[in-house]
Write a protein that binds this ligand. Sequence first.
Ligand code: MG
Length: 212
Amino acid sequence: MPLSPELTTIVESTKGFMPVREAAALFDAATLATPGVWLEIGTYCGKSTVVLGGAAKAAGATVIALDHHRGSEENQVGWEWHDESLVDPDAGRLDTLPSLRRTLRIAGLEDTVTPIVGSTQSVGSWWSTPLEFLFLDGNHTEEVAQHDYSAFARHVSPDGILAVHDVFPDPADGGQPPWHVVQRAVESGAFIQLAVTDSLRVLRRLPGVDFS
Ligand code: MG
């Protein structure tokens, strides 16, 4: 069953950086995951969160949406993907949390998605809950992308699903860190790749292989 027409409309109208084809592939990936806790790293205004939330609601799963909500480097003033309407004038900084809350409210997903406002370094330092689905779409610097994989992929349950966004094997198409993460996951033997849709990669955690 695909994402409902109502939620599809909300996904399309929510600010963010995920084309329709990848959103559909992300939904398909989520339907492979068993219910339990699903974690999204990098939420922004909630575009992909609605995709995951729609699948989670149908499956009886819970989505944790983790973001500091201050935007990535490319969202800051003077950068290519800056959106002035997302600036909190009081803080003088980006604040995408109100947009996320609105998105979840109109999507009817406030009981399905629990936002966490914080950095992945902070949350990763105490996170211990097993994950049936992990979506890595946070900061794309090498340091943070590798950190996020190290901190959270080890919690993916046997047969659990790992999805990675903005994977570009050719440097001409985009930054390399997410591609390095996918290579690391496959080379570790802990994950096998299931699907590729444009820049979205879907992998499955193999049972009986230690994470490294
Ligand atoms: Mg992305």
